[in-house]
Design a protein around this ligand. Sequence first.
Ligand code: SAH
Length: 187
Amino acid sequence: MIENALRYSHTLLKSTIINGDKVIDATVGNGGDTVLLAKLVGKTGHLFGFDVQAQAIKTTKEKLLFTGLLQQVSLYNEGHEKLNLFVPANIEIAAAVFNLGYLPTGDKQIITKGETTIQAIEIILPRLRKGGLIVLTVYSGHPEGDLEKSAILEFTKQLSQDLFTVLYYGFINQKNSPPFLIAIEKR
Ligand code: SAH
């Protein structure tokens, strides 16, 4: 079966991240990606995770504690657009993950927004290592999701081809706007 956007994001991350890497989970949510990333960086690496919902941070902290992964993770109840305040400037980033939209089990009014998502991407891009990746799973099937989708496409389309490779991956014959993936690779 062809992998959906979320699964394919995991495939890309697994083939990019190695032990000792520093990575960012820009939208921690229920911590599914957080656990995967923490495993991939291992005890010598580090994961910086962000979410504006305190409950998401709490649930994820418990998951990491339970799986013995908390030591290689720092979680911040902060917006990803402020990540410069928390991720030391001398650290090269191997990968960053954004799972956009709202948290299905949380407050559906709290959604990621094009403007702040792009601010965070702009902070990460110059800090990505060669071959490093930013992976975005984009959900446009909710009000405002369409706006974020357009903003992200417009922004990522104009990135210099000499510096970055940008992939669009998604199903084009499915109803109800299934999530799609954008991956930005530093050349
Ligand atoms: N749509 C996905 C889940 C997305 S979760 C799915 O269906 O599986 C998105 C998370 O981003 C939420 O937990 C939300 O609280 C968080 N979020 C929203 N704005 C944010 C911001 N500016 N910085 C960090 N996290 C943010």
